[in-house]
Design a protein around this ligand. Structure first.
Ligand SMILES: Cc1cc2nc3c(=O)[nH]c(=O)nc-3n(C[C@H](O)[C@H](O)[C@H](O)COP(=O)(O)OP(=O)(O)OC[C@H]3O[C@@H](n4cnc5c(N)ncnc54)[C@H](O)[C@@H]3O)c2cc1C
Length: 270
């Protein structure tokens, strides 16, 4: 069966087209969706895309940065104001994938994918969703847990906090595929410190639960502590609290739990 590709100038028209056809899917970069189609997903009858300018915009000014949902990993990696995110964007697939893979699509990527989403969660991310003619912004954490994600509403943009200094943001991804590959796990941390002492920490994990998750016990254990062996001991002791990793082709659930504290230690000690 032929699959129609429908292109709209305005995002709101794309949203209307999706609402009118249960078989229509929103097309980001297509790295997952087109692969599914090529593999014979018969549920998809149409691909809906938009050339709306806002969807590709990068607005890096101010304390909160906005990325249109259609911004690609290659664009993030190349942007001079987004240097702190380069290790994250550069860790996703190879060059061909990064040229197409979008920030919006990453929010919907199935386990164990979603590395960029992990970074957004550590940076207090928010998601703008478009419904009909109106839009609304919701915290990323709520979005990941909500029916919105399951019902595939259209995301127009993401926003997140700019770290005061690039060094306050750290990212680590463990993969068994070289040079780049799907994550065994990923960790992102936004650490605000006064001297050596952590004032506040926001830590997110990828592949340690069905979607990206906050490590709230670790965050609490780090507050007021120094980033040295003694200071992080309590955080490492609760590193896997709340985690529900899965077994897949890349790692077992057991292995992910075992190696998480090892890599969290490396990330925190820098
Ligand atoms: C070889 C390979 C390697 C990969 N490596 C990694 C990796 O290392 N890390 C990682 O995180 N991911 C990886 N991925 C997964 C994927 O490429 C990325 O997660 C990418 O960001 C998905 O974005 P996309 O624009 O290509 O999504 P698409 O394929 O276009 O869409 C995926 C799903 O999201 C929906 N969607 C897309 N954009 C929106 C939007 N704005 N609003 C609502 N719904 C939307 C689509 O309808 C579809 O259901 C890999 C994929 C491949 C094929």
């Amino acid at each position: 069966m032929a699959v129609a590709v429908k292109t709209f100038d305005k995002l709101r028209d794309a949203v209307a087209a999706l609402g009118a056809d249960a078989g229509a899917r929103y097309l980001g970069g297509g790295t997952l969706l087109v692969r599914d189609l090529n593999e014979g997903d018969l549920a998809v009858t149409a691909l809906v895309r938009t050339t709306d300018r806002g969807i590709g915009e990068i607005r890096p000014s101010g304390s909160r940065i906005t990325l249109g949902a259609g911004v690609t990993m290659a664009q993030v990696a190349a942007h001079p104001d987004l240097r702190f995110l380069k290790p994250v964007a550069s860790s996703i697939g190879g060059p061909a994938i990064r040229n197409m893979a979008t920030v919006g699509g990453n929010l919907f990527a199935p386990y164990p994918f979603g590395d960029f989403t992990v970074a957004l969660l550590a940076l207090d991310g928010g998601v703008s969703v478009q419904t009909g003619h109106s839009g609304r912004e919701i915290p990323l954490e709520d979005f990941l847990a909500s029916a919105d994600r399951a019902s595939r509403v259209v995301v127009s943009a993401v926003t997140f906090r700019r770290p005061d200094a690039d060094r306050n943001f750290r990212f680590l991804k463990l993969s068994r595929t070289r040079p780049k590959g799907p994550p065994v796990l990923s960790i992102a941390a936004h650490l605000v410190a006064s001297g050596a002492r952590v004032q506040s920490a926001r830590i997110a994990y990828g592949a340690m639960a069905p979607t990206a998750m906050r490590a709230k016990a670790v965050e609490a254990a780090l507050a007021g502590k120094n980033l040295d062996e003694a200071g992080i001991a309590a955080a490492l002791a609760v590193a896997t609290q709340g985690c529900a990793p899965q077994t897949d082709a890349y790692a077992s659930e057991w292995y992910r739990r075992e190696v998480l504290p090892v890599h969290l230690r490396r990330l925190l000690l820098g």
